[in-house]
Design a binder for this molecule. Sequence first.
Ligand code: FES
Length: 124
Amino acid sequence: MNDIEKEHVSLRVQRGGPDDNLHFDTFELPFEPGASVLDALIEIRRNIDPTLAVRYSCVSANACRECMVRIDGEVDYACTARLTGGTMTIEPLAKKRLIRDLVTDIVPPKEQLASVVAARKQET
Ligand code: FES
């Protein structure tokens, strides 16, 4: 038997890509205290809607910076931001090119380096 009392959150998540009519889907989820926004998004992908696009890599190591989204209007890391209960609104970064749902075009430094190396190889 699980002794941890679960709380509930209503996550409003922006959906759609650059050519779509953007809208919000709302997901009602139970969560244990201390769970992160990313935990909830992963739970949605696994058990409710596998089409939800969200990007992450290091999961709570706060190293990859791929999980940055807007949470109730503030830019934050989904992997370290804690669920608060009530209603939370999750949106993609506003100043980056939207790919789909919560994924924006944030090219990690390694990929930037790879593209520079590839471009230099073509020059030679
Ligand atoms: S998943 Fe890497 S910083 Fe959040």
